[in-house]
Design a protein around this ligand. Structure first.
Ligand code: FAD
Length: 384
């Protein structure tokens, strides 16, 4: 392999892109507007992604998964997000929910939970945030108290993606209230049918309306001791290492949303005529398109480099994961806003997907750590 081959995606990755794009355009895109309009879970997308093994492709072949590398997983999420951001949260959150297990769980826990997710029998969510502990995760109040070999879980989690459709949840809880901040938290697997588990009403959101976001409540829930992920006290470290990897996938989601918006905008300006010619013929429009495409390609390159670092487990992944997510999400917000502008009035109404894409892009600047928090992560690594 020459050095130059490192700067392009492999043939396998591009074949995967084509396969995902075909599923996304045929099976997911036709439902995207309705899923958004009705705030309905995209069941057609789940069915199509499960049938093609794209629903949790990151899980290794050891657990009956496809064993997709980090870049391949990004390409899947990107191509689904290009047509429907809500649906792209199926593969993205399956990765987010299971990554703590992949990074930190015993072989027994991995086998028990990764296999059903890989088979498409269950989905997995991730419960870190709480009402009073968003950016400041270490201040969480949910507690798990030891009871013999088991634990009793009490508390709540907020804004949990795919809550109610997932069977399993990674939940972080304080297990040593007197212990050192950040080292007193453990991670557990919670089942949707555990006694004492309940859900809040679905949040009414600006975007990604097809992806349910709900609170989780734990009321004296007995969690068997063999459901802990890693050792007691390791939970928050595992949860934050998870985010180093999965922020890259949010970057991929942002790239996909932005690509969808740019594709629609390019097609529209070529068709739309004003002053006797296509609006694409005006230099002011051409400069906007060039800027959008330039930002998008920069974001994509950053995401792919970060994905390679995630795959290799490079030491500077925290910087790259945060930078890729932050840059790509800011770019997606700018590109989708400009795409609405390029369609004029048509951009603002629901007959076209641009206003949905602009609303969907906003969340990528907020979840898995706001972009202010990404800058803190980057600075921490720079100043180390
Ligand atoms: C649709 C949706 C889905 C989500 N899905 C999940 C999920 O599946 N699992 C999960 O665990 N969480 C999830 N979240 C939660 C999300 O990760 C948090 O909302 C996010 O981390 C921010 O926390 P917060 O909302 O409490 O904001 P806050 O922490 O209250 O922040 C408010 C503002 O202050 C800024 N700020 C905070 N601290 C600092 C600082 N030190 N320096 C500078 N600025 C700062 C923030 O950037 C923000 O602008 C989801 C949220 C949404 C809206």
């Amino acid at each position: 392999m020459s050095d130059f081959d490192l700067f392009k995606t492999s043939e396998e990755h591009e074949e995967l892109r084509e396969a995902v794009r075909s599923v996304a355009e045929d099976k997911i895109a036709p439902h995207a507007a309705e899923v958004d309009e009705k705030s309905a879970f995209p069941q057609d997308a789940l069915d199509a992604l499960t049938a093609t093994d794209f629903h949790a492709a990151h899980i290794s072949e050891d657990y009956e998964g496809m064993g997709a590398d980090a870049l391949a997983t990004c390409i899947i999420i990107e191509e689904v997000a290009r047509v429907c951001a809500s649906s792209s949260l199926i593969p993205a959150v399956n990765k987010l929910g299971t990554m703590p297990l992949i990074l930190g769980a015993s072989e027994d826990v991995k086998r028990r939970y990764l296999t059903p997710v890989a088979r498409g029998e269950a989905m997995f969510s991730y419960g870190l945030s709480e009402r009073e502990a968003g950016s400041d995760t270490a201040s969480m109040r949910t507690q798990a108290t030891p009871k013999g070999d088991d634990w009793v879980l009490n508390g709540q989690k907020s804004w949990i993606t795919n809550a109610g459709v997932s069977e399993y949840y990674t939940v972080l809880a304080v297990t040593d209230p007197e212990g050192k901040r950040g080292s007193n938290i453990s991670a557990f697997v919670v089942h949707a049918d555990d006694a004492g588990f309940s859900l809040g009403e679905p949040e009414r959101k600006l975007g990604i309306k097809g992806s349910p976001t709900r609170e989780l409540f734990f009321d004296d829930m007995l969690i068997p001791g063999d459901r802990i992920i890693g050792a007691p006290g390791e939970g928050l470290k595992i949860a934050l290492r998870t985010l180093d990897h999965t922020r890259v996938t949010i970057g991929a989601q942002a790239v996909g949303i932005a690509q969808g918006a740019l594709d629609h905008a390019v097609a529209y300006v070529k068709e739309r005529k004003q002053f006797g010619k296509s609006v694409a013929d005006f230099q002011g429009i051409q400069f906007m398109l060039a800027d959008m495409a330039m930002k998008l390609e920069t974001a994509r390159q950053m995401v792919y480099v970060a994905a390679a670092k995630s795959e290799r487990g490079d030491e500077d992944l925290p910087f790259y994961g945060a930078a890729a997510k932050c840059y790509a999400s800011d770019a997606a917000m700018e590109i989708t806003t400009d795409a609405v502008q390029l369609l004029g009035g048509a951009g603002y109404v629901k007959d076209f997907p641009l206003e949905r894409m602009m609303r969907d892009a906003k969340i990528t600047q907020i979840y898995e750590g706001t972009n202010q928090i990404q800058r803190m992560v980057m600075a921490r690594q720079l100043l180390k």
